[in-house]
Write a protein that binds this ligand. Structure first.
Ligand SMILES: C[S@@+](CC[C@H](N)C(=O)[O-])C[C@H]1O[C@@H](n2cnc3c(N)ncnc32)[C@H](O)[C@@H]1O
Length: 362
């Protein structure tokens, strides 16, 4: 029998559950949260409420699986210091760009200079096999030419975002396209016939200007607090200092390949890949055991850097019920389990979806 709305709501933490109308996409991806797509992030409003509830103002929060930096950015906006650990080099680059402080006049000059010269940029670099497969020749040339002039990390993120959009991927399949589109195709997203992209220049210009605007918006709301990004394996990183909370959403087994989703960036920027150390690869019995041991080790490592009594807040959709065991292995006591309703945006992933915030302490 279907549950009533009252029954449905009684198990939910309503302060952590938003309707699409209350929290539309452009608010969930405000200012720098949208500098570059990242599949598998949580929303800043969730971090905002958790900080308010569990961390005294001005504290220092640690996210050992920091991803695209949602925790760090929101911490800066809410008046907290933040440290993020992350394995994947592209995610670290993105976080650094989101959380750095800028001389906005100098950044504006740099962006306007390069966008003004986009049509003149030249290169002698040749596209590699990946570029030849995924880009029209003109788009590949433009991206490689931009790369030669992308001296700053901000421009490297702009380049990556443009490289994502300029792939010969179907518009409805940008997250994990399997095959390049070489001709016209029926586009489920736009409900019309679309053609593969031929040029990257429009994306480079649009994203460069959008990035400048978003960094400017964030500068006007961020506090004086600072953020630090540590690249490495969360199981083993040595954390400097005592933190006042852990807020994190760990990878979940077999769901997302956190390197592969940004393959174009690794190819173009020559970033080092550490997929061998990525937790959550595969969902066989052995992989699940390795996952549980790895997450437990990473949480224990983070918890060892906490001030006494500080909370560990883990956001997860634990459909395999692995987390009670993981927390125990990490030496953490589960204090509360808050359930939230998650809105799904696209038709392809429609359906009810819930996740939990596990509140644990040592
Ligand atoms: C669910 S995502 C975190 C998303 C983040 N909350 C956000 O909003 O962007 C999990 C992250 O853990 C990272 N990761 C996987 N294995 C790791 C490891 N051994 N050490 C550190 N980070 C790791 C992945 O690269 C991924 O970015």
């Amino acid at each position: 029998m279907a549950v009533t709305q009252e029954e449905l709501y009684s198990g939910l933490d309503l302060e952590l559950s938003w309707s699409e109308r209350a929290l539309p996409e452009h608010v969930r991806t405000k200012h720098v949260h949208r500098l570059h797509p990242y599949h598998g992030k949580f929303i800043p409003q969730l971090v905002e409420v958790l900080l308010e509830r569990y961390v005294a103002p001005g504290g220092h929060v640690l996210d050992p699986f920091a991803g695209s930096g949602t925790t760090l950015v929101q911490a800066l906006e809410s008046g907290y210091d933040a440290t993020g650990a992350e394995l994947a080099a592209f995610n670290c680059l993105l976080m650094r760009v989101k959380t750095a402080r800028y001389d906005l006049d100098a950044l504006g000059a740099e962006i306007h200079d390069v966008t003004g010269r986009l049509d003149e940029l030249r290169t002698s670099a040749r596209p590699n096999a990946y570029m030849r497969r995924w880009y029209a020749p003109e788009a590949a040339r433009q991206l490689l030419a931009f790369r030669e002039h992308a001296a700053s990390d901000v421009l490297r993120v702009v380049l990556s975002r443009a490289a994502r959009s300029a792939r010969r991927a179907a518009h409805f399949d940008l997250e994990a396209p399997a095959e390049p589109m070489t001709g016209e195709y029926w586009c489920h997203k736009h409900r019309r016939t679309c053609r593969p992209v031929e040029s990257a220049t429009g994306f480079l210009r649009r994203y460069a200007l959008d990035t400048l605007a978003r960094i400017g918006e964030f500068a006007s709301v961020r506090s004086e607090r600072s953020a630090r990004v540590l690249q490495g394996d969360a199981r083993e990183l040595g954390y400097p200092g005592a933190f006042d909370a852990v807020i994190t959403s760990p990878p979940y087994p077999g769901l997302i390949d956190y390197h592969e989703q940004h393959r174009y960036a690794y190819e173009l920027l020559g970033l080092e890949e550490r997929r061998d150390l990525e937790l959550g690869r595969g969902a066989t019995k052995a992989a699940l055991e390795e996952y549980s041991a790895g997450i437990a080790q990473a949480l224990a490592n983070a918890a060892s850097a906490l001030a006494p009594g500080a909370p560990v807040l883990v956001v997860v959709n634990d459909r395999r019920d692995l987390y009670p065991g993981i927390l125990e292995r990490a030496g953490l006591r589960l204090e509360e389990r808050l359930r939230r309703h998650v809105n799904r945006r696209t038709g392809r992933r429609a359906g009810e979806y819930y996740e939990d915030v596990l509140v644990a302490r040592q």
